[in-house]
Design a protein. Sequence first.
Length: 454
Amino acid sequence: MTTTIHQGMPDHLWRPLTQHQILKGNTPNRIVSAKGCFLTDQNGNRMLDALAGLWCVNIGYGRREIGEVAARQMTELNYLAPVMTCGPVVDFAAKLQQLLGFDCHVYFSSSGSEANESAFKIARQYHLQAGNGGERRFKIISRYRAYHGATMGAMAATGQAERKIGYDPGPVGFIQIMPPYPYRGHPKLTIEEHGEQCAQQLEETILHEGAETVAAFIMEPVISGGGVLVPPDNYIPRVREICDRHGVLMIYDEVVSGFGRLGTMFGYERWKSEADIMTFAKGLGSGYVPVAATVVKDHIFEKFLSTPGNMQHFRQVNTYGGHPVAAAVSLKAIQIVEEERLAENASQVGEYTRIQIRQLLGDHPYVGEVRGIGMLTGVELVQDRQTKVPLPDAAMVGITTDCVRNGVLLGRNTNTVPGRNNVILIAPPLVLTRAEADQVVDTFAGAMKRALNK
Ligand SMILES: Cc1ncc(COP(=O)(O)O)c(C=O)c1O
């Protein structure tokens, strides 16, 4: 039996992060198409998507050339078991190696969560096989506010308490420390001293846990969904030093920051410190295909080389990891990022966006801080600029809802830290023009006035 679902009628879709009670009798408009930075709904209304989906549609929506590549690959070779070998997947790994510029091997999967899960397993197995007393090195240190994914291990590494309520306990051995957060750092410390203090907290944690029990430290170069927290410039190089000193692997979660979003091809480039393992998703396929990668430096990969049969290979397979269509499409998406110099555009138009916000809202009594890098901007809203008490949820919802009503989709950090979901997030496609940035900023500034009466 088939059922026809009419528009406007209740549907059977369980939407993520949504309290369905409020949807009763109020089915949201359907989005039917998208082009560039704009979504169009069933009634023909256009909305500027200043979130690039979930920070992933880096090259913008509706690229015909991507559709052509996908169609060609689907008719030529739509799938191949990942234990076998085909051209697009080998080329895709080679392209990542070429862009990163160091010797590495690439393990593919299809989501950021899986890429991080793979990184944790690789880190643990590496220590076991590296002959440095690694049988006890299983702990993964991460940071509060960071999001690393929805699966059990990735959730355990996520430093957002509200994402764990009802799902804990997760796997053992996951520990969080505070990230640099200059806006809320000790007022007597300089920004560098704050960076140093946070790096020292990592070292203290490693020492208190026992360095011989710690497998890896995972961090986003800039915490994105957790509220756009840009570290002081001395922090990442110090973290690298500390990890090296204690034999702890360093993992960059570049799921958001990879492929241009921070104004460079990779987020870490600004700080020039390389990690041992890096994870990518989102911008890797620009939202055209579900794809993710765990890139492992060869000094780690080599510890997985051994006599067949002794269980030293990576014993994991993801059915859709190394998917030929995902590979062909991602290669094309990366080519577009390079040819259209989208990282450069992200840097320039992103900075322009922040300048405009500061100009229009810099003196607003509820604007605590405007921060960001590249096409990733956070605006922290507070009830009082002196006390920095966060703006409550209802007011935040009022602002984002008003923006949507006026044709701009903005985000905010939701379900992160209790009482601290007060950062407006702006992360548009990297093709955003200055005129489109003006539209985002004007709409946001208008919403601040209308929704807050200020
Ligand atoms: C930094 C970061 N890591 C990992 C993930 C998880 O990616 P996915 O949703 O593809 O599993 C996300 C998703 O938002 C993310 O922002």
